[in-house]
Design a protein around this ligand. Sequence first.
Ligand code: MG
Length: 254
Amino acid sequence: MKFIPKTLIICILCFTSLYSYAQVTQVVAHRGYWDTPNNNQNSITALKRAQSIPVYGSEFDVNMTSDGVMIVSHGPKLETIADVQKASYKEVKKLRLKNGEKVPTLKEYLKQGKKGDIKLIFELKVHPAGEKENIAVKKSADMVKKMKLQDKVEFISFSLEACKQLAQLMPECRVQYLSGKIPPKELKEMGIMGLDYHYSQIQKNPQWIEEAHNLGMIVNVWTVNKPELIKEMIDLKVDFITTDAPELVLEMLK
Ligand code: MG
């Protein structure tokens, strides 16, 4: 009788350690899973595709038009528009993406996001510091609250000020800073609980991974598409890999 439970315990421990090893790194689809037929970066189709594979989350870019409409687009250039932040929503609405879809508003995008199980990695693009940025931050936070998506949204931004404000306004949502220059401890002191850095910054400062983990923070890296780099980041045990090739990374994590 004693032998069976012991074997069982060993099996469970082996399984648990293998499982946790396999789960160390998770995948974030960069601008949705867009690299498929009839698709486009930051489109609803790209989000739907990301929702159809076992990724942790899908990243998308958010800009505010000159008349205050939050749209999902990388910018500044958008098709025939030179700078989306200087264009009105009326101008944006006329455009079609390469796959024929319209440019989603943030509301439309989050509506689709709500239907899936994956996290929504919300990149608020940099807006002019001061009033414009403050409005863009507030609109972002208000929309997520209104749609009751606090459990699904994580914010990322290259603007340190926007990250600080979002961390204060939305304590339920994890915020990650993108620029790659600030060590984990300093970010945590500002209330920012994640690093989402270009992989080269993590190659230069691999000790930041352990430092971040010891501080209860997470490490995400972008944009990792090549097999040798994917392997390097998995071996470094980053928490998330943001990639244009989500299925390749999922395969390499098996
Ligand atoms: Mg982005």
